[in-house]
Design a protein around this ligand. Structure first.
Ligand code: TRP
Length: 455
């Protein structure tokens, strides 16, 4: 077997550490920030949810990200193989396989929502939101999302774009695409936030985002916040393991992880500032749920000065954000197929494309004609979302921190975080990182799980 320092030359890698950062941030920043975060904030009472969310990013998200990074970079292998290399002869590989399964679930519904984004960009370009009538916009969205062919077509196009980037490889596909799109994405969303915050009557929206109201907090708020922190940082699904396996030994793990988490959190807050002030300025309730972005926002765009242009920019941003994330989810599954089944990249992309095309089609149809098919009281779309964000990702995250903190152990963690002592990282920082990985993250994850079972 080739060792970590003597990798097979055909294994792809990122070209620069800026490339690694934009790719990781590109994966983190996605529909989770622009679609999921705003409606969860709306449903869970605003600022209090945001504070709990931030707590989990630090206590659970960061340590899991560090753990995944260590696993990936130390092994230079993807998902299951990584565990096999680091702990030969054990069953830890199962944790990697669970992560890959989680990615299959996520990509299936993610691609459907990405497809909705494409449809809405098209509608925005055709100035379809000029009607200020809320009911008409509701009918427009439900008519579209419950129909059969058009959402399927959009899902296919979105998945095709994702596959087209991943087929070009890590350096030529993922890294190049993310380098151009991420700065553009930040610029667009900052522009929209400025427009939204300067609307007359936007003040209550800002209060909602930044003044906590603890009375709305329930035990479900905690699970939702934890699940969202994992979803938004792309954790517990082998994404960071896979990307880190393409990273050179010299990279500074703590700094890359902290920058990624910071970029994602800042982006989520900017997205909040782009959406909530406008929602309040037009006197609309923020607790709409998953439809917020597709019904409430078009309603607002139809009434706001320059709304037509803002609508185009918003849905463009949504698609760019979704694409830099969907490529990372696809890459996990593709890398797994390449390494486990010795497939060529092109073949692996084609096989996974077909698999997700079918599963995504089931998700899409489960909102329309197949909505009678329920498992655990949920349609397929909601089931995939629930199984991944509230279940598999958290279990995998727990397994990853336990693996790194307790199986690899302190010395290996010290070694990886300081690159064998060559990076001069202050002792308190190393100790804090190790404490978070060994104690804080497992405790937070187990506490939430116990709470959940008790409910
Ligand atoms: N983090 C992305 C978002 O916020 C979604 C995502 C990308 C993801 N890769 C992932 C989620 C891997 C879970 C696992 O939209």
């Amino acid at each position: 077997m080739k060792t970590a320092n003597n990798q097979p030359s055909k294994r792809d890698s990122f070209a620069s550490s800026f490339g690694v950062l934009v790719a990781l941030a590109g994966s983190a920043v996605g529909l989770g920030n622009l679609w999921r975060f705003p409606y969860l904030v709306g449903q869970n009472g605003g600022a209090a949810f945001i504070l709990i969310y931030l707590g989990f990013v630090i206590l659970a998200g960061l340590p899991v990200m560090l753990a995944e990074f260590i696993i990936g970079r130390r092994s230079h292998a993807s998902a299951r193989k990584a565990f096999q290399k680091l702990a030969p002869g054990t069953r830890w590989g199962i944790a990697g396989v669970l992560g890959v399964i989680c990615c299959v679930f996520i990509l299936s519904f993610y691609s459907v929502v990405g497809g909705w984004g494409l449809e809405y960009l098209y509608k925005a370009v055709c100035f379809d939101f000029t009607t200020g009538d809320d009911q008409a916009l509701k009918t427009m969205f439900s008519g579209f999302s419950t129909s059969v062919w058009r959402p399927l077509l959009c899902h296919t196009i979105f998945l095709g774009l994702t596959a087209g980037i991943v087929i070009a490889g890590v350096q030529n596909g993922i890294e190049k695409f993310s380098k151009v799109m991420m700065p553009l994405l930040f610029l667009i969303v900052i522009g929209i936030a400025v427009r939204s915050m300067t609307l007359p009557g936007s003040g209550p929206g800002m209060d909602y985002l930044f003044m906590p109201d603890w009375s709305k907090v329930t035990s479900e708020t905690f699970l939702a916040a934890l699940g969202q922190s994992f979803f938004s940082l792309s954790l517990g699904s082998c994404m960071v393991i896979t990307y880190a396996s393409y990273v050179k030994k010299e990279a500074n793990i703590i700094s890359l992880c902290a920058q990624t988490a910071a970029a994602d959190t800042v982006f989520a807050l900017i997205a909040g500032c782009a959406i909530m002030p406008a929602v309040f300025a037009f006197g609309i309730s923020p607790g709409e749920g998953p439809d917020l972005v597709f019904i409430t926002l078009p309603h607002i765009f139809s009434q706001m000065p320059m709304g037509g242009v803002i609508a185009i920019l918003f849905f463009l941003a949504l698609i760019l954000a979704a694409l830099t994330s969907s490529i990372s989810i696809l890459e996990v599954i593709v890398a797994f197929c390449i390494e486990e089944f010795k497939m060529k990249r092109k073949v692996a992309v084609a096989v996974v494309f077909l698999l997700i095309l079918v599963l995504g089609a089931l998700c899409s149809l489960s909102i329309g004609p197949l909505d009678g098919w329920t498992i655990l009281g949920r349609n397929i779309f909601d089931l995939f979302d629930f199984l991944s964000a509230n279940f598999l990702m958290l279990i995998c995250g727990l397994l990853f921190v336990i693996f790194v903190g307790w199986k690899l152990g302190r010395k290996a963690v010290f070694d990886e975080l300081s690159n064998g002592g060559t990076l001069h990282i202050p002792a308190w920082l190393l100790k804090t990182a190790i404490f978070l990985i060994r104690f804080a993250a497992p405790a937070a994850l187990i506490a939430i799980a116990v709470f959940q079972v008790k409910e």
